[in-house]
Design a binder for this molecule. Structure first.
Ligand code: AMP
Ligand code: GLY
Length: 421
């Protein structure tokens, strides 16, 4: 495949990192990103088509004579953007809508895990609130309540008592706060342990795991405050030994791919396993059908090889022929967010000091920024990430924070314990 023009769908730090990685090996590649962000506009052409506008995106891909399309966010995958692109003759990276159900329906994922004997928390699903509440009162606390569908990362509640469980069940099943996505819910056993994220490149048959990562979801230091889209991440995880990696490959990725193929929806793209390592062994908390955010920001810099070639091999089912390896270095990112995040963020503030990040092993990842007259302003809750790589995790994290100090905007907030918690 002679690829000259690539379309990347999305607008966050993950897409920024992916384009940055493509640029490293393919300087002459024409990259179009829709809708993109202020920072992405410096490394690719941004076009304002919404990531969920499947028809509009296919039209854009045709107009721009795109050779290969990369779909990374969850919503367009669930809406069948890869199916629509392929039907229009545009080779694309990412799972079909049927394969993306491994993320877009938690019940689908749970049933798949049950069938394929993949370790996961014990569960039951419900459509009726009274039945769900009866079940919770038998099970005890803490207990985990999850909306079946995509809920922008807000569909999981760890309830510590009946009041919280009742609130979550009632708001999902009766008040329909997540609409259809919450019309079925899962209630599952609470697990305790270290959470590790591992992503694999998949071509429908074979998979190649990437280096492990850990992210920090809560907004405040020490894991306090509400959940967010991710306040920082680092790779590799200190807990993910070779022995555990082998176990995950054998008990999670291999059976998941086999089961998906048997269901008639072979998985191509990136399969993300959210794992929890407990003292009873490892379990899968969730699958995502895509690159994770912010894990991608710390995993892709460590990838040795040509990302575009690997993505094409996933699509063409030729992953076996690829040489894929990862550096032994460490990489970390600290996310800087707007005041108010993860609630309604304060936006439109000027960002200063970006030009002072000149360390060759540190860089900025733009997520919620816009650029006007050469100046960057905040335009989203998660504004930017400061990333660094180095020989070990401790010195890398120090390097990240040295550079975080150089940047400022009104109401800026970041966690001070990334990689240490
Ligand atoms: P999920 O989207 O299913 O990964 O859930 C989001 C977060 O909720 C996870 O990263 C965990 O921190 C937490 N969580 C989910 N399921 C469980 C569980 N069974 N036990 C404990 N925590 C969980
Ligand atoms: N970091 C988890 C996700 O991408 O959903």
């Amino acid at each position: 495949m002679n690829i000259k023009r690539v379309l990347v769908v999305g607008s966050g730090g993950r897409e920024y990192s992916l384009i940055r990685k493509l640029r490293k090996t393919r300087e002459d590649l024409e990259i179009i990103c829709a809708p993109g962000n202020g920072g992405i506009s410096e490394i690719a052409e941004c076009v304002s088509v919404s990531a969920t506008d499947v028809e509009g995106m296919v039209k854009l891909a045709k107009e721009k004579r795109i050779d290969f399309c990369v779909v990374t966010p969850d919503d367009p995958l669930a809406l069948g953007m890869v199916d629509a692109m392929e039907a229009a003759g545009i080779p694309s990276f990412g799972p079909t809508a049927a394969a993306a159900r491994i993320e877009s329906s938690k019940i689908f994922a749970k049933e798949l895990m049950e069938k394929a004997d993949i370790p996961t928390a014990k569960f039951k699903f419900f459509t009726n609130a009274d039945d769900a509440i009866d079940f919770v009162s038998i099970m005890g606390f803490p207990i985990v309540i999850k909306a079946d569908g995509l809920a922008k990362g807000k569909g999981v509640v760890v309830a510590k008592d009946m009041e919280e469980a009742y609130g979550a069940i009632n708001s999902m099943l009766n008040d329909k706060v997540f609409g259809e996505a919450g019309s079925r819910i899962i209630i599952e056993e609470f697990l305790e342990g270290v959470e590790v994220s591992v992503m694999s490149f998949c071509d429908g048959i074979d998979f190649v795991p990437m280096v492990s990562a850990q992210d920090h979801k809560r907004v405040f230091d020490g894991g306090l405050g509400p959940n967010t889209g991710g306040m920082g991440a680092f790779a590799p995880s200190r807990h993910y030994t070779d022995e555990i990696a082998n176990e995950v490959n054998e008990r999670v990725f291999a059976p998941a791919l086999k089961a998906m193929a048997e269901l008639g929806c072979p998985f191509k793209g990136v399969l993300y396993a959210g794992l929890i390592l407990t003292n009873k062994g490892l379990y899968v908390l969730e699958f995502n059908a895509r690159f994770g955010d912010p894990e991608t920001q710390v995993v892709l810099p460590l990838l040795e090889g040509d990302l575009l070639e690997i993505m094409v091999a996933c699509r063409n089912s030729t992953l076996k022929q690829q040489k894929i390896s990862f550096s032994k270095d460490a990489c970390a990112v600290v996310v800087m967010v707007s005041a108010g995040y993860p609630g309604k963020p304060q936006l439109g503030d000027e960002i200063s000091g970006l030009e002072n990040v000149t360390d060759p092993d540190a860089w900025i990842i733009h997520a919620g920024t816009v650029k006007r007259d050469g100046i960057f302003y905040t335009s989203g809750g998660r504004v930017l990430g400061v990333c660094a790589r180095g020989k070990d995790l401790d010195s890398t994290i120090e390097k990240v924070y040295d550079n975080v100090r150089k940047i400022g905007f009104r109401g800026m907030h970041f966690r001070r314990d990334i990689g240490r918690a």
